[in-house]
Design a protein. Structure first.
Length: 249
């Protein structure tokens, strides 16, 4: 009985120790789980901050893009306003009724007529066009010479297809073009009449695309669909340089 009593006492003594060990293991496991939860919370907070930063960055980029768009829109509006002012300056009215339509022969035998410049031009004098009274279908190429923007000078050939041209080109009049360069970049130059303003332009477009740039303008009203040989205005705000060009064919 003494031995049995000793064994029971040992079991009773070991029970609290086992319970303490179990409680210790539970505390360790609980601390580990808490550490994992804290780590997960830190990761979630990091991703949340990253998402917020990304949203704020996207909003700033959107605001910048909107500002750039508005600036571009303002630039286009200013260019259109400048174009309208130039068109008014170079506007041509009807042929004077006093003498009717006056035609004469130049040294080359080409017939010419006299037209009156708009009062906005300031002179009030008669100006004679150099446009020959010929069928525009017979003119396959035009030579531009004497332009202050020398890159615009050269031989322009008639376009056979209008499919790739802007909708602003008047397809009832011939379009002439040549390849060249502007400020070291490949461009294509055009002589054409505008569908909207009915002005004639010498302009260029980048080979990679983009908005066309006008260099010279004329609004002389001719008896044919050919561009005027003289009386071109300089659009200096977009790169045109004096003197004005002369055309021949």
């Amino acid at each position: 009985w003494v031995a049995v009593d000793v064994g029971e006492r040992q079991q009773q003594h070991q029970a609290p120790q086992q319970q303490q060990q179990n409680q210790g293991m539970s505390r360790i496991e609980g601390c580990h789980n808490i550490a994992l939860a804290k780590q997960r919370l830190t990761t979630a907070e990091t991703w949340n901050k990253y998402t917020i930063d990304a949203v704020e960055s996207a909003q700033r980029q959107l605001e910048l893009a909107q500002a750039q768009f508005q600036a571009s829109r303002n630039e286009v509006d200013e260019a259109e306003s400048a174009l309208n002012e130039v068109c008014k300056k170079w506007e041509v009215i009807d042929v004077d009724e006093e003498g009717g339509m006056c035609e004469s022969d130049d040294s080359g035998g080409n017939r010419k007529r006299e037209v009156s410049m708009s009062p906005a031009h300031g002179s009030g004098k008669k100006a004679r066009t150099d446009a020959a009274v010929v069928d525009d279908a017979d003119v396959e190429q035009i030579v531009v010479e004497g332009a202050g923007a020398s890159d615009a000078n050269g031989t322009y050939k008639r376009c056979q297809s209008y499919d790739s041209l802007s909708i602003h080109y008047d397809r009832n009049a011939p379009v002439y073009s040549k390849r060249g360069s502007w400020e070291g970049k490949a461009v294509k130059f055009f002589i054409h009449r505008s569908l909207c303003t009915k002005c004639w332009y010498i302009r260029y477009e980048k080979e990679t695309g983009g908005y066309p740039t006008m260099l010279y303008i004329s609004r002389l009203e001719l008896v044919t669909n050919l561009p005027p040989k003289s009386y071109w205005g300089v659009i200096s705000c977009t790169g045109g340089i004096s003197p004005s060009p002369r055309l021949k064919w």
